[in-house]
Design a protein around this ligand. Structure first.
Ligand code: AHG
Ligand code: MN
Ligand code: MN
Length: 325
């Protein structure tokens, strides 16, 4: 069966979305190209002497892996060279990067991304991914970018997506009207539409949390976990949020990363992880909130690396968690 490619899909849908500019479509296509190159390296990482840590620690205190750095540099280079991205903020960089200074680039869009999510899993060949969000810049195109261009609420995202380097490679994204999944066909070097209009099941059979930290969770979260145990609910936890959320999107269920002693606000970053994945799950019919029952996409963002607790997944499963909060 002939499947439509990512490029064809973007062109065909350009007039259907409210973000119909050629600039925006071009940005999505460039993200697709960068993803293919990251995929090529992730897939043969063991052959390239690119496994393991690079010896540094990022702004959130995580050990940086060589592949984190590779994927980060590549995303920055591709987005800069696209000529249609004003600047980026990355999980791996302390501050944002303005592409418009000392260049002719004029663009209305900025991109936020986690270049490689789940990177502690790289060396053991477990799924990792790239997560991204696209915002319209707030500052005038003739002015330098400011932090406010990036620190926008999730409900201002014009697009969000991720690439999952799993048993197959998938790109899933939304521009705010549906969620569509594309599988990478290595033979032709293209992402092809394989999962149109994805919907999250209203209820799933798995809950997903790092239960090893349970003695540092709140009593309410522990009450929910006890309820799961009393019902023999099955647990799945990969330790790559992008893969855990992808499974949740596909099969239903709930993923939780609550506050812990070492990370009282949770560990996951609002701009690079929580917001893009929340937009996707909401567009697919699910719910995403924090432990205070606030919608993730409505949270004020004051810092580039701000964190939040998160409870994300099927409507009925998240509502069950809410009944314990
Ligand atoms: P990253 O690799 O981008 O630093 O993100 C890792 C995150 C997320 O992917 C995952 O859900 C979580 O860290 C796992 O944390 P724990 O090991 O604390 O469970
Ligand atoms: Mn991450
Ligand atoms: Mn990362």
């Amino acid at each position: 069966m002939r499947r439509i490619t990512l490029d064809e899909f973007i062109i065909a849908n350009q007039n259907l979305t409210k973000n119909a500019s050629g600039e925006f479509s071009g940005l999505l296509r460039h993200l697709g190209i960068a993803s293919k190159i990251i995929n090529r390296v992730v897939n043969k990482a063991g052959l390239l002497d690119i496994l393991g840590v690079d010896g540094s620690v990022n702004s959130t205190g995580d050990d940086v892996q060589k592949l984190d750095t590779y994927a980060n540099d590549l995303m920055i280079e591709y987005l800069k060279n696209s000529g249609i991205c004003a600047g980026v903020a990355s999980e791996e960089n302390e501050t944002f990067i303005d592409f418009t200074s000392n260049s002719k680039i004029r663009s209305s869009y900025v991109v936020v991304f986690d270049p490689l999510d789940g990177s502690s899993n790289i060396d053991v060949n477990i799924s990792v991914g790239t997560i991204f969000g696209i915002y319209k810049r707030l500052s005038h195109e003739d002015r330098p970018l400011s932090q406010n261009d990036f620190c926008q609420r999730g409900n201002e995202l014009v697009a969000a997506g991720y690439v999952l380097h799993g048993t197959s490679t998938m790109l899933v994204f939304t521009t705010g009207d549906s969620v569509n999944g594309f599988t990478y066909d290595r033979g032709i070097g293209e992402f092809c539409l394989s999962h149109p209009n994805m919907k999250i099941p209203p209820k799933g059979k798995y809950y997903s949390i790092n239960q090893g930290y349970s003695n540092t969770f709140s009593p309410n979260i522990n009450a929910y976990l006890n309820a799961c145990a009393s019902k023999n609910t099955a647990l799945r936890y990969i330790g790559s949020m992008v893969a855990d959320v992808h499974r949740t999107l596909y099969m239903g269920g709930v993923f939780l990363y609550p506050g812990t002693h070492s990370h009282p606000e949770g560990k996951l970053r609002i701009l690079y992880e929580c917001n893009p994945l929340s937009m996707i799950i909401e567009q697919a019919g699910g719910i995403s909130i924090n432990e205070k029952k606030q919608r993730i996409l409505d949270l004020d963002v004051n810092q580039l690396h701000q964190k939040s607790s998160i409870i994300i997944g099927s409507k009925e499963d998240v509502e069950e968690v809410i009944s314990f909060l």
